[in-house]
Design a protein around this ligand. Structure first.
Ligand SMILES: N[C@@H](CCC(=O)N[C@@H](CS)C(=O)NCC(=O)O)C(=O)O
Length: 240
């Protein structure tokens, strides 16, 4: 059994998609990040970085004590290796898949997150930051488009954990006003994945689907929510 510590944002949805694909039994433990559920000392023992997602595998392949994994890229790799699916065990295909997985978690994800922050959450103004991050996001999306113009999936011929890492962010980019119109190869890839039954389940099941409050174009947080997400409460969680 996998305990999935979960918030319905693109990072969480990556893991929900993989768990649905491999049909491992799992239990969703929901967190409301606006309410600060991620800031508790108890969750800090699961993820010292206090971010979602994280998993606890109560039955690791090698037996013994439950294993905790945090960081979405590490979780995808751990679960793919546990099931022997969606990541080649060795060789060139594995190296290419891990390159694109790392590109997502170290580049596209954080840059998209900063663009989303300045476009949707930050106080008015911030033109330099908005331009900086939307420009870099667009550059990265062009890298993705170029790759998908040559290859059916980012890792090559097969659907892999690298596609699962990238797809949910592309699905939620509409909240920044970004359509897929300018990206024809990405659009074809997006549709190929969207119609997979496991993806449809992960995006629509009530426990896993994103609530409207995370999807506003112009987010208005109250003072406590702001503190939990970006202010003193968020800082305090790691300074106990
Ligand atoms: N690098 C991390 C990023 C995780 C992350 O930023 N999670 C967000 C939700 S998408 C979160 O927990 N935010 C709450 C907070 O920042 O306090 C990963 O890939 O798992």
């Amino acid at each position: 059994m996998i305990d999935l510590h979960y918030c319905a944002t693109p990072n969480g949805q990556k893991i929900a998609i993989l768990l649905e694909e491999v049909e491992l039994p799992y239990r969703v433990i929901p967190y409301d990040i606006f309410d600060g559920d991620q800031l508790t000392a108890e969750f800090g023992r699961i993820n010292p970085n206090h971010k979602l997602p994280a998993i606890v595998d109560t039955a690791p392949a090698w037996g013994g004590e439950p294993v905790t994994v945090f960081e979405s890229g590490a979780i995808l790799q751990y679960l793919a290796e546990k099931c022997g699916r969606f990541l080649a065990p060795a060789g060139a295909e594995r190296a290419v898949t891990l390159s694109w997985l790392t590109w997502q978690v170290a580049g596209l994800g954080p840059m998209g997150g900063q663009a989303s922050h300045f476009l949707r959450y930050a106080p008015a103004g911030q033109d330099y930051a908005k331009q900086r991050y939307t420009k870099e996001l667009n550059r990265l999306l062009t890298v993705l488009e170029n790759r998908l113009a040559q290859s059916p999936f980012v890792g090559g011929e097969s659907y892999s954990i690298a596609d699962m890492a990238i797809w949910p962010g592309r699905a939620s980019a509409f909240v920044m006003g970004m359509s897929l119109d300018a990206w024809p190869a990405t659009r074809r890839w997006f549709e190929r994945i969207r119609t997979r039954p496991a993806v449809a389940r992960a995006m629509s099941c009530p426990d896993l689907a994103a609530p409207a409050k995370y999807l506003g174009r112009n987010q208005q947080l109250d003072a406590q929510q702001w503190s939990n997400m970006f202010g003193d409460a968020n800082q305090a969680a790691v300074r106990r």
